[in-house]
Design a protein around this ligand. Structure first.
Ligand SMILES: [Mg+2]
Length: 386
């Protein structure tokens, strides 16, 4: 099969169960901050993708991009995504349009996998692993309720955790920050992994380098595996200084998009761990290149596409195809991850997630479940009405 033509691309915004982000301007359940994408083809094969953006913007982006993708060969994901990138330079490259292209690119890789009967990870170059440890990502709360949540997630099988956002740093109370981290470490025990995310890409983050350095030293006392987004997302020079002085590894990059933006962060040594988000950065094509670039600089790559089961599926395939990626983010308690597929993600006895070795992304959306979160789930399964 030489060509499979794209007949339509559609977006289904997710509403009604959006998890809190711990943001200054908090996400409400009825807000649309994630959208699923379907790319339909003339071969009857449909691919699915995921975008971290307001669904209305994603739908508008698809309308704008339509002349560029319509009739294109769905078996050429990297070329088609790059065509969309290159021809939209004048519309704010790196912004919402890039987020939308991410979803299209993920769906095209899904199609290529389905047509060739191979898992996407193999098409990315080869399979290094067939399972990976998910870290359960949870919003920070006051110490007592956070400890309860962590104990419940530990009980359900997770052995790695990330706590972030919420009152940490924002309450301007370093004693509370430490009390939260202490309670978390006590709840999960010394054997579990613990990561801490300040979430300094939030609006008007109040702290700078000295707070970050003092906090990094505190986190080391609780054996934190990394300190994520400790500084505003454009403070590259402060990141460089912090990385050199901090006793714990420094992680970041979730709000950066386009591979070119990552180059100075890697070349200038600003991060120990880079965390591009496959549903924003430009898709699997872009994320693979960033992950390999990071590897060449000796920087660890851990994906951030946690927002839906499809984003997670893309991260799993990328984790399969990178030599040193031993973790994947997994948002705890989100129906957009746990409740939209025919086979919800299930931990093995050691707290790992199997990476599907079935064709494509290896994720099957469930119409009935999706109907709870998007008004027209049928759009994702058939293009008859387009
Ligand atoms: Mg983060």
């Amino acid at each position: 099969m030489q060509s499979v033509k794209i007949t339509s691309v559609v977006a289904a915004p997710l509403f009604g169960a959006s998890p809190k982000g711990g943001w200054s301007s908090e996400i409400k359940p009825e807000d649309s901050v994630h959208a699923l994408i379907a790319v339909h083809t003339d071969a009857g094969v449909t691919g699915h993708g995921s975008v971290f953006s307001d669904g209305r913007l994603v739908q508008a982006a698809i309308d704008v991009l339509r002349p560029l993708f319509e009739g294109e060969n769905a078996l050429d994901p990297e070329r088609v995504a790059e065509k969309l990138n290159q021809n939209s330079f004048w519309m704010g490259r790196g912004g919402t349009l890039t987020h939308a292209i991410s979803g299209i690119d993920i769906a095209l890789w899904d199609i290529l996998g389905k047509v060739t009967a191979q898992p996407v990870g193999r098409l990315l170059g080869g399979i290094y692993r067939q399972r990976v440890q998910p870290y359960c990502s949870l919003l920070m709360q006051e110490p007592a309720p956070l400890a309860d949540t962590l104990r419940a997630m530990h009980e359900s099988g997770f052995r790695a955790f990330k706590i972030g956002w919420g009152p940490f740093g924002r309450a301007l109370d370093t004693k509370l920050d430490e009390a939260i981290v202490r309670a978390a470490r006590e709840a999960i025990g010394p054997g579990a992994k613990l990561f801490v995310d300040a979430g300094a890409s939030d609006a008007h983050w109040p702290h700078g380098l000295k707070w970050a350095l003092r906090t990094a030293e505190m986190l080391d006392d609780y054996d934190a595996g990394w300190f994520e987004e400790p500084l505003r997302p454009d403070a590259i020079d402060d990141y460089r200084e912090l990385r050199r002085a901090s006793p714990v590894p420094i992680a970041g990059g979730e709000v950066l998009t386009r591979r070119q933006t990552f180059l100075p962060w890697l070349a200038r040594g600003a991060l120990d761990i880079v965390q591009p988000d496959v549903t924003k950065v430009g898709g699997i094509s872009e994320q693979r290149r960033i992950a390999w670039l990071a590897d060449d600089f000796g920087v660890k790559y851990v994906g951030h596409g946690w927002n839906t089961a499809v984003g997670l599926a893309a991260d799993l395939q990328l984790a399969a195809a990178m030599p040193l990626t031993d973790l994947v983010e997994f948002i705890g308690g989100s129906p957009y991850v746990d409740d939209i597929t025919t086979e919800p993600p299930t931990l093995d006895p050691e707290g790992y997630l199997p990476i599907p070795m079935t064709p494509g992304l290896g994720v099957n959306l469930d119409r009935e479940r999706l109907a709870r979160y998007t008004p027209d789930p049928e759009l994702l399964f058939s293009d008859e009405r387009r």
